[in-house]
Design a protein around this ligand. Sequence first.
Ligand code: URA
Length: 200
Amino acid sequence: MEKRVASWEKLRQDTLKRLGPEAVFGEGSPDARVAIVGEAPGYNEVRQGRPFVGRAGKLLDELLAQSGIEREEVYITNVVKIRPTREKGGRTSNRPPRVGEIREGMEALLKELELIEPEVLILLGNTPARALVGKSFAMTKHRGTLFRSVTGTPAVATFHPAYLLRQEGEDYRRVRRLVLEDLAAARRALEEEPELHELE
Ligand code: URA
C-alpha cells in the first residue's frame, strides 16, 4: 500500500515535470475499486490543479452520490492531462483534444490505472471510451454495456456530465436517467462477476 502510494506520487511528479505545471493529474483513494476517466481538464480544473471540480464535476458528484458511489471511494482522472484550448476573438475556450494529445495523455493514464488496479472503469464521454474500449465505440449504441477495456479491466461508458449540462427539459431528464442506469451497471459489476463484451 505504502509502496503503491510512493509509486503513484512519483508518477504524478514525473508527469507534472514532463507536461508542465498546468497539467492536472488524477486524484483519489489509492485502493479505489472504481476509476472514473474523463476527457481533459477545463479552466477550473487547471486553476485548482484537480480533476472534475467545475460545473461538470459538481454534477458528477451529485450523480455518483445518487448511485451510491461516493467520490471519496473512487479514483478520478482524465485521458488528457492538459487543458486543450483555442483562441478566438481574444477569448480562450475549450476544444476537443487532438490525437497526439490523447496519445501523450494515455502514457500517464495507463500507468495510473496499473498502479490503482480498479475493478471497474467508468468512462465519461467518447474520448475515454474510444481510447480504452476501442476506436469504433459509439455512445448511443454502446453506453451502459460492460466491455473488456485495453487494460483488461471491465469498463462502462456513459454520457459526459458536460453533455448532460447542455440538455434541457425532457432531454435533460432522459439523458440523466440513462447516466444513472449506466452508473448502476458499473456499481453492479463490483458485486457480481460481470459478463464482459468485446467491441468488434
Ligand atoms: N471535463 C473532463 O472531462 N474532465 C475534467 O476534469 C473536467 C471536465
